[in-house]
Design a protein around this ligand. Structure first.
Ligand SMILES: [Zn+2]
Ligand SMILES: [Zn+2]
Length: 448
């Protein structure tokens, strides 16, 4: 599997690596001159002139157009050679975006595209799974959850329907855009066991096709229809209540306007049995099980409060500028936000902004797609689009502020990761977890 680690879009001209006890061979892929052995040193790749210069603590080693760093030995499965790559972006474009250091197994290719560095790691597929399951959620998660996550991630990877990076010759990026792969730093014996004991197992839909198994952090109570989120049917995925068969949640689907407030704030929450609710996974427990890049709590139910001016600023930058809306049609004063269409889980699929432009003409702007709605309504990224819009008015009828009262984190399709964790904590096995989230699919071993 080819994994994009540092992408041209990250705008890097310099990348720092740290090679520890594992020996590596550095090879210039233009001239194929004899490889140079490296061990226990810091290495820096930097674009200089037409080439990429490599230097260690003692100065420049050489310059070439393309480099490969390969482990001197393949190692054994329980101890793959790794090196550290520093300053790798994580959560590109999301609210948790930051640079991290990753302990990267496999062969590393360093090339350039559009004058920016481009780093790809090449790893065996089961090593990829091991990195994914310990990056998506913490490796401390219960073993049955790790196994379920592994089967789902493997199915998604094998189905590979989205082809997000075909233009750049790698299979998946290392980030939330595809699946998180933040290397091997968090790998534990339990995670290794989860990968080995489910080796080659995937979810199959009717007709034997591998399920394009999506997942997100918290569905908020109802698992969403892929057609409404990705614009395509995905065999094997279903709309369902993330709770036992006798839960009050079953009667709230679809979460439409008439049921929304009950779903978000009803009395039933005090005895809520949704697998992803804090009654099943208490916030203190959740913090312990989340992956190293995720922080915070309260993903099941949340609120975001804005003054009108704050929200207008966000909308100008995140929406009006992005859509290149001409200044004369620009946002001068926000009047209301209406949700025009929702999915089964209450996720807004289309919203409408009503506002005055600078000439105080009233205008409307519609916005579709849960992703862009989440992008537009938060300075980084809104947890989910399953929200109610509560508007506060001034005595003169103008908007004073807006609060979004919401549920869940992510698109809500397929496996609910916190719900799967809740099921594992409640004693369900990984195949029962998979049957719950993918009732239309079968668990099968297709290789290994
Ligand atoms: Zn990607
Ligand atoms: Zn859930």
């Amino acid at each position: 599997v080819r994994i994009g680690v540092v992408l041209p879009q990250d705008d890097r001209v310099c990348v720092h690596l740290q090679i520890g006890d594992d020996a590596y061979e550095l090879c210039d892929s233009d001239t194929m001159s004899a490889p140079r052995g490296l061990r226990g040193c810091a290495v820096r790749f930097e674009i200089v002139g037409a080439g990429i210069s490599v230097r260690d603590e003692h100065g420049e080693i050489a310059s070439a157009r393309e480099w490969r760093l390969s482990p001197a030995s393949a190692g054994v499965e329980s101890a793959r050679p790794c090196l550290w790559v520093h300053g790798v972006p994580a959560g590109r474009g999301f609210h948790w975006e930051r640079d991290i250091s990753i302990r990267q197994p496999g062969l590393i290719e360093v090339t350039r595209r559009n004058n920016k560095l481009f780093v790809v790691a090449v790893v065996p597929v089961e090593d990829y799974m091991l990195g994914v399951i310990t990056s998506e959620m913490g490796a401390a998660c219960p073993p049955e959850f790790l196994k379920a996550q592994c089967v789902v991630a493997r199915s998604w990877g094998i189905a590979h329907t989205e082809h997000k990076h075909d233009d750049l010759d790698f299979d998946y990026c290392n980030d939330d855009c595809c699946q998180r792969f933040h290397g091997f730093a968090e790998v534990s014996p339990e995670a290794r066991h989860a990968v080995e004991s489910t080796a080659g197992q995937v979810l199959l839909a009717e007709g034997g096709v591998v399920v394009d198994a999506n997942y997100s952090k918290s569905c908020g109570g109802v698992v969403e229809d892929p057609q409404l989120v990705f614009g395509m049917a995905k065999p094997g995925l279903a709309v369902l209540a993330d709770a036992p068969a006798d839960s009050p949640l079953q009667r709230m689907i679809p979460v439409d306007e008439s049921r929304l407030s009950e779903f978000l704030e009803g009395d039933w929450l005090s005895r809520c049995d949704a697998y992803c609710s804090p009654r099943v996974v208490p916030n203190e427990t959740l913090t312990r099980f989340l992956g190293p890049v995720d922080t915070g709590e309260g993903f099941f139910r949340w609120r975001v409060t804005y003054t009108r001016e704050e929200l207008e600023d966000v909308l100008r930058t995140k929406l009006f500028q992005r859509l290149c809306i001409p200044a004369e049609e620009g946002l001068n004063e926000l009047c209301e936000i209406n949700v025009l269409r929702r999915g089964w889980s209450g996720r807004a699929l289309e919203i409408e902004l009503v506002y005055f432009d600078a000439q105080r003409r009233q205008r409307r702007l519609a916005l579709e797609d849960q992703y862009w709605i989440r992008h537009a309504l938060h300075k980084s990224f809104l947890y989910s689009s399953a929200f109610r819009v509560d508007t506060r008015y001034l005595p003169d009828g103008r908007v004073e502020g807006i609060t979004l009262v919401g549920a869940g984190w992510g698109h809500g399709v397929g496996l609910c990761q916190i719900g799967g964790l809740g099921m594992a904590l409640s004693g369900f096995t990984y195949d029962a977890i998979l049957r719950h989230y993918f009732p239309l699919a079968d668990l099968k071993r297709v290789y290994g």
